[in-house]
Design a protein around this ligand. Structure first.
Ligand code: ADP
Ligand code: MG
Length: 263
């Protein structure tokens, strides 16, 4: 098993003001598998991903990578964050070579590797541009290239296409599948879009409202490239949506935002 998430619980805060973000989350991800995690906002998806990345310590439970515990950030796990998190003071090239620099890869080698990824993401000619000179879509491409440049085994993605318009988003999904097919990474991809999950994943894990648990697991055995208008796609969409909508209602109730009758 590539990644094993064992009984993860994360409680934020002090004694009397606790937030149980996730509770007893368990799942396994095979090598080269593409898993999507779906869940309502606030259910602990980012928390879960940060723990898998070793950026956050769980309150209890553990994450194993190739059978050994993940306790800190490591070079075989890369993360693409929702807000891109590019270094504004570094150029496109500088952002992509960042991880390689930290690994002590010599300059020429760094630039050779970065150059391949710049080609792959279609940003040839933008090597020396700074993040503020790029569109949202370009920034997201750079963030993906930066994550891939260190050649991680596992790629964690936290709603990476959330801020893109619908057309760009569809295009990026197709591009990501191409990258995945070429590089055979293990991918754990967080999203709140049912369509995105159905288009991308080998398997979908639906999380419950906070505290986040795995509420439903669904294998998506449709052939790729998937047709979002096919009957089977629609049938699966309805099945996942019914679970997600129920959990989203609970999540909204938790936030006190539902227009329901007072109890
Ligand atoms: P999601 O990514 O699914 O929207 P998060 O993992 O960001 O959910 O958050 C889950 C819950 O944990 C939320 O209630 C959030 O307010 C809380 N939370 C997240 N990070 C922290 C933190 N650093 N300190 C305290 N509470 C947090
Ligand atoms: Mg989040």
């Amino acid at each position: 098993m590539k990644v094993e998430v064992r009984s993860l619980t994360k409680i934020y805060g002090e004694k009397d003001r606790n937030v149980v973000a996730i509770e007893d989350v368990n799942f396994k991800v095979k090598e080269e598998e593409f898993v999507c995690i779906l869940g309502p906002s606030g259910c602990g998806k980012t928390t879960l991903l940060r723990i898998i990345a070793g950026l956050e310590r769980p309150t209890s439970g553990e994450v194993l990578l190739d059978g050994s515990p993940v306790c800190e950030p490591r070079k075989d796990i890369s993360v693409v964050f929702q807000e891109f998190a590019l270094f504004p003071w570094r150029t496109v090239l500088g952002n992509i070579t960042f991880g390689l620099e930290r690994m002590g890869v010599p300059r020429e080698e760094r630039e050779r590797i970065a150059s391949q990824y710049i080609e792959m993401i279609g940003l040839r000619g933008f090597e020396n541009a700074y993040p503020h000179e790029l569109s949202g879509g370009m920034k997201q491409r750079v963030a993906i290239a930066r994550a891939l440049a260190v050649d991680p085994d596992v790629l964690l993605m936290d709603e990476p296409f959330g801020s893109l318009d619908a057309q760009t988003r569809n295009l990026f999904q197709a591009e990501l599948l191409e990258i995945w097919e070429n590089t055979r990474k293990t991918i754990i991809f967080v999203t709140h879009s049912v369509d995105e999950a159905l288009f991308l994943a080998d398997r979908i894990l639906v999380m419950s409202a906070r505290p986040g648990r795995i509420k439903k697991e669904m294998r998506v055995s449709l052939e790729r490239p998937r047709d979002r208008t096919s009957m089977e796609f629609n049938r699966m969409r309805a099945e996942v949506l019914s679970v997600l909508q129920e959990e989203t209602r609970k999540a909204l109730a938790l936030e006190g935002l539902t227009a329901g009758k007072p109890r």
